[in-house]
Design a protein around this ligand. Structure first.
Ligand SMILES: Nc1ncnc2c1ncn2[C@@H]1O[C@H](COP(=O)(O)OP(=O)(O)OP(=O)(O)O)[C@@H](O)[C@H]1O
Ligand SMILES: [Mg+2]
Length: 422
């Protein structure tokens, strides 16, 4: 249906309610405008009189603490007003964090370092966004660390990242991602290389905790850490390890009492563990839509979202590159040299011979200058994608956010692939 054919509809929201909608059909667009009152989207305030555009895939809740009138133009798949939301509990948690920040500021000590955990599809990422937005809205400058490998919102999938948050997230594009700190895992799930995931979490904790000290404002603002929805077995052990590595002061557990009780049992008593309800609005995502979300993130990395980016494409000689993957095929412990465990193999650099095997793969450009550096614990500058392999000329064609030359020649192969159909 064309936009013109859609009549705008006004919704009058009472205090503490939210308008939820989803857009599934391809090519659909919806415009929302705040006519009066105050409203926010996952913690970012809407500007009155501005038409915000939402496109396919959007799953949105516009909440109001005081009541508002919203005008919606366009066709949505689902749209309703919900009066039951956990927003008051969430803002109370923010208020508690804010008190901790005030004390930290006075005493010039570190502010709250908190982690958000829970099973899949409970609104972890959304809650982090709300906490971060509320913090910057009162003048803080918190650090955001995303440990979610598959559905993280910093950089691209297959990595963990950290950014300093100085402005509320843009409604359409999320938080601004200037100079993120990124470590490469190279897989969609931590379980593909637990040993490496553990190491990069420790490294990320070490570097971000130190960076926090560099600036008084950031130090008092603290850190919000997002995690992935794998909360059983190995996933749970990663959560415990992250809590310890980042020396978290509080853990917000969304939705799952079992996880909450396990953490109460296993986490030292000085760490506050708080159980919070999930919002009824959080939408479950299928495996297929998660895969699609990963593709979209990679596409946006190269091509941008609302504000377009123009990536470069150029050829690089095989002989100019040093490509590695991390982790050799597992051998039983009995086959390992004396004193080495099979796990050690998973953190080894293995040289990769360029060839058709690289086609469509993402390569992380390491900051490491030589392989004598600790490559796996070195952050990455960015990513390129192999769009063509020429075996005769022994070159690869790459898609790169920056023009040639590549800033570095040590490249780490990722399991993730991207089909450049632009
Ligand atoms: N109150 C709400 N109303 C409508 N949609 C919502 C609401 N809260 C969150 N969503 C949407 O639900 C989806 C899932 O939320 P979110 O990504 O925060 O969950 P998650 O627990 O981080 O998931 P994952 O396990 O994939 O990391 C998102 O698309 C988000 O925009
Ligand atoms: Mg998430």
């Amino acid at each position: 249906m064309s936009e013109e054919a859609e009549k705008p509809v006004e919704y009058n929201l009472e205090a503490d309610s939210e308008l939820r909608f989803e857009l599934e059909a391809k090519g659909e667009k919806v415009f929302v405008e705040l006519k009066s009152g105050f409203a926010e989207l996952f913690g970012t305030e809407l500007v009155k009189g501005k038409a915000y555009e939402f496109t396919t895939g959007a799953k949105v809740a516009i909440f109001t603490y005081h009541g508002c009138v919203l005008e919606v133009k366009g066709k949505t798949d689902v749209l309703y007003v919900a009066k039951e939301t956990p927003m008051v509990q969430y803002i109370n948690c923010h208020a508690a964090l804010e008190q901790m920040r005030e004390i930290a500021e006075e005493k010039n000590v570190q502010g709250p370092i908190v982690m958000v955990v829970g099973p899949m599809d409970v609104g972890k990422t959304t809650l982090c966004r709300i906490f971060l937005n509320y913090a910057v809205r009162v003048g803080r400058r918190p650090m955001f660390v995303d440990l979610d490998i598959g559905q993280g919102c910093i950089s691209i999938p297959g990595t963990i990242g950290a950014i300093l948050v100085e402005r509320p997230a843009s409604l359409e594009e999320g938080f601004s991602q200037q100079a993120p700190l990124v470590y490469h895992l190279g897989h969609k799930s931590p379980s593909s290389n637990d040993a490496l995931y553990r190491i990069i979490i420790s490294k990320m904790a070490e570097v971000t905790l130190e960076a926090l000290q560099a600036n008084k404002k950031t130090k008092a603002s603290g850190m919000i850490i997002n995690t992935c929805g794998w909360v059983k077995g190995g996933g749970y052990r990663h959560l415990l390890h992250a809590a310890q590595a980042f020396e978290v002061g509080a853990i917000f557990v969304l939705d799952q009492e079992r996880l909450y009780n396990e953490l109460l049992r296993d986490i030292p008593a000085f760490v506050k563990v708080v159980l919070l309800p999930k919002s009824g609005g959080v939408v479950e995502r299928s495996g297929a839509s998660r895969a699609e979300a990963r593709d979209i993130r990679i596409k946006e990395y190269f091509y941008g979202h609302r504000s377009p980016l123009y990536p470069h494409s150029f050829d690089v000689k095989w002989s100019d590159l040093k490509i590695y993957k991390i982790g050799a095929p597992a051998l039983p412990d009995s086959c390992m040299p004396l004193g080495m465990k099979a796990e050690d193999n998973m953190t080894k650099l293995v040289a990769v011979q360029p060839g058709p095997n690289l086609l469509h793969h993402i390569l992380a450009v390491s900051f490491a200058e030589s392989i004598e550096d600790d490559v796996i614990q070195t952050n990455v500058a960015g990513f390129i994608c192999v769009t063509h392999v020429d075996c005769d000329r022994q070159t690869i064609t790459v898609l790169s956010p920056q023009p040639r030359p590549l800033p570095n020649v040590i490249l780490l192969l990722s399991e993730l692939q991207f089909m450049d159909t632009h």
